[in-house]
Write a protein of this length. Structure first.
Length: 115
């Protein structure tokens, strides 16, 4: 099976500002470089594969605050992937951070230390 690498420039995309909670993703990821409070060049070259078998290059890894108040929690080890359009929060990665995830029929609650 052939995989194509998405080579579109990030400026040609219309990235979404909504975070999607995903239990099947492999990592948190976003194309929004400006959202990161801490960002490092990816130590290893890597890609993520989306559902349409497209490969997207990982540019950076870092932390994204969960609110405007940067002390109220953050998503750690978020992949900066300039060519993805959706922002994904991986449930398994959140649980590994000791943050509780609860689902109802309408919403998903992500709760860190009772907040």
């Amino acid at each position: 099976m052939k995989h194509k690498v998405n080579s579109m420039k990030a400026s040609t995309l219309k990235p979404n500002k909504v975070w999607y909670v995903d239990s099947r993703a492999s990592n948190h990821m976003t194309s929004h470089e400006e959202w990161f409070s801490h960002l490092e060049k990816s130590k290893q070259s890597g890609v993520v594969k989306t559902g349409d078998d497209t490969l997207h290059l990982i540019k950076h890894v870092g932390d994204v605050p969960l609110s405007q108040d940067r002390h109220k929690g953050r998503l750690m080890n978020v992949l900066h992937v300039p060519t993805v359009i959706k922002n994904l929060v991986f449930v398994g990665q959140i649980v590994d951070q000791r943050i509780q995830v609860r689902f109802t029929h309408l919403v998903c609650f992500i709760d860190e230390e009772g907040r």
